[in-house]
Design a protein around this ligand. Structure first.
Ligand code: 5GP
Ligand code: MN
Length: 345
């Protein structure tokens, strides 16, 4: 049996909104990851099954390894079809905001969503949700938004309306946001839910292969280069830094998503509890920052304080506007400031 988690009052409101609405949109954060797409498409399949006119809109491209997901071909990209997407958002009676907690996380779509008249519903698991939605279902203790979507659908009494396609999407989000159930994954209810998803006919082993074992030759070679040439280890701070310039990504024909997961690799070293990855963005003039930690070290605090970002205790991100050398210098400052926390962890 699943515990309730989501407040009954919120379930009731969402159920009423869904029942009354004909046209709905689902929006999720910039550079959508497995959980952003998994939760969005999971809800999409459910609402489509209910006969609703529903669309998923994302700010920009998503990685190739998620392209197999059922329904992904119908996703509207805001950066490509702005006018069409603006109309869908303006005309929607309900706007579901999944896997993000602040309008700034949907980039160029923020204005359209802010101004839209439709009822907004947030389902998310990031800390400190901003109050821009009529209903805010925010549970940082739950490891994925996809799991929250499963819980929401079940609580509305609609488990039977989860299709195999929908179950595949939900499973993908649960799997990717826990690194294949290797972190944030000690809640036994996760495994109860997986059992329920298996009853829908999903092939979890195949999903794992499709997501994690479909990388390009370029990604593997870039990974080798990065680990050999570009990883700096600071054992005295139990930390490691990796960084890649635009030129280096080009040299290895790197495409979007190719560097996904690199930041986790230094944590495979014994004694390392904090890892940071700087990647010069290929589109915008900025350095994308990814931070990971193990144990109690709060990498989101470093993201907030030094890199205009935030996120979860053990997985966070941010942006840096400046040169790579400046970013590296800032990282070293952060190590000095957080030395005591790093060592006690
Ligand atoms: P990733 O390193 O995979 O891009 O992001 C990991 C987590 O960090 C995300 O799930 C999100 O919670 C958070 N995050 C990533 N980038 C940003 C950012 O620019 N701003 C904030 N506030 N959080 C971010
Ligand atoms: Mn998520």
């Amino acid at each position: 049996m699943l515990s309730k988690v989501i407040l009954q009052a919120n379930i009731d409101k969402v159920e009423t909104y869904f029942n009354r609405a004909e046209r709905l949109v689902i929006v999720t954060h910039v550079s959508p990851d497995g959980d952003a797409l998994g939760s969005s498409l999971g809800l999409f399949h459910f609402l489509a099954e209910q006969g609703k006119d529903v669309r998923v809109i994302v700010p920009n491209a998503f990685p190739d390894f998620l392209r197999w997901m059922p329904g992904s071909k119908d996703i509207v990209r805001y950066d490509k079809y702005k006018e069409f997407a603006d109309r869908l958002i303006a005309e929607a009676e309900v706007i579901c905001c999944l896997d993000f907690n602040a309008l700034s996380r949907i980039d160029a779509m923020a204005d359209a969503v802010r101004q839209a008249a439709g009822r907004k519903v947030m389902v998310d698991h990031h800390l400190n949700p901003e109050p821009f939605c009529k209903v805010t279902i925010s549970h940082p203790e739950i490891s994925s938004t996809s799991e929250l979507i499963f819980r929401l659908i079940c609580r509305m009494g609609c488990f039977d309306d989860i299709t195999r396609e929908g179950a595949e999407c939900i499973y993908t989000g649960m799997m990717t946001d826990t690194g294949g159930f290797t972190y944030n994954s000690n809640d036994r209810q996760i495994y109860f839910i997986i059992g329920e998803l298996l009853s829908k006919g999903i092939d979890k082993d195949e999903i794992y292969r499709k997501v994690f074992n479909t990388y390009s030759e370029g990604r593997l070679r870039l990974m080798g280069y990065m680990l050999y040439e570009k990883m700096q280890v600071f054992p005295q701070f139990r930390s490691a830094l990796i960084w890649l310039t635009k030129e280096e990504q080009g040299r290895f024909h790197s495409v979007k998503g190719d560097t996904e997961g690199f930041v986790n690799m230094p944590l495979q070293m014994k004694g390392i509890c904090f890892s940071v990855f700087f990647r010069e963005d290929t589109e915008k003039k900025m350095i994308k920052v990814s931070l990971r930690s193990v144990g109690a070290f709060p990498c989101n605090r470093v993201a907030e304080e030094f890199f205009n970002g935030g996120g979860h205790l053990n997985a966070s991100g941010g942006e840096f506007y400046g040169t790579m050398d400046e970013a590296i210098a800032l990282f070293k400052q952060a190590l000095v400031k957080y030395e005591a926390d790093l060592l006690k962890n």
